[in-house]
Write a protein that binds this ligand. Structure first.
Ligand code: PRP
Ligand code: URA
Length: 205
């Protein structure tokens, strides 16, 4: 499935300040909100709508409304920083949580939490700011598929070519929306140039 890379002057501006090592958590959270809002609009550009005839105060109008409910599933913990902008533009979205944490030496993700709403019949947006080796995203999408999700989109802020390839190999039907595709991973499986550890920068840990 296609890889969509965000193209917008505001995205360039926000991504540069997110990457800047001098950006402190308060501003980092604001920038995460802004880039996630842009990604939310891009990742939902193809949502189906259905007819809804209404009356304006002056005459009948053939309106259209969203045809399918949405669910958002952040991968804890860093994915939490992407949830609010999605809920602000799609307030009726249900939220599920998949908790995964990479081991610091192996970079393999370990599952520690999962709570999901009914997902069948919904557009399910799995969100995580960083797609590095792809291990966390591959695992999380496996979990939402097992829970009944059939229409899944993955949304991240920064990705690596290695992570994109791993995700496309494991879940080829899942479109990926990303703010940027960076150069590579370092030997500790961090994205280069990247922005460091997103969760630590978001929460000041
Ligand atoms: C980070 C990030 C992704 C994962 C990406 O989370 O938020 O979930 O690493 O790496 P991968 O593609 O190699 O799996 P981390 O495990 O550090 O946990 P955190 O969100 O609690 O900080
Ligand atoms: N997780 C992060 O937060 N940053 C990376 O570069 C890779 C994984």
């Amino acid at each position: 499935m296609p890889l969509h890379v965000l193209k917008h002057p505001l995205a360039d501006h926000v991504m540069t300040h997110l990457r800047d090592k001098t950006t402190k958590p308060a501003l980092f959270r604001t920038l995460s909100y802004q880039i996630s809002l842009l990604l939310a609009l891009e990742a939902t550009r193809d949502l189906a709508t259905e007819e809804k005839p209404i009356e304006t105060p002056l005459e009948p109008f053939a309106g259209r409304v969203l045809a399918k409910p949405l669910a958002i599933v952040p991968i804890l913990r860093a994915g939490l920083g992407m949830v609010q902008p999605f809920l602000d533009v799609f307030p009726d979205t249900s939220v599920g949580y998949v908790g995964l944490e990479r081991d610091h030496t192996t970079a393999i993700a370990r599952s520690y939490y999962c709570k999901l709403p009914p997902l069948d019949g919904k557009r399910v947006l799995v969100v995580d700011p960083m797609l590095a080796t792809g291990g966390s995203a591959v695992q999380a999408i496996g979990v939402v598929k097992a829970a009944g999700a059939k229409e899944i989109v993955f949304v991240c802020i920064v990705s690596s070519p290695e992570g994109v390839a791993a995700l496309q190999a494991a879940h080829p039907e899942v479109p990926i929306h990303t703010g940027a595709v960076d150069r590579t991973l370092n030997d500790r499986k961090y994205i280069l140039p990247g922005l460091g550890d997103f969760g630590d920068r978001l929460y000041g840990t």
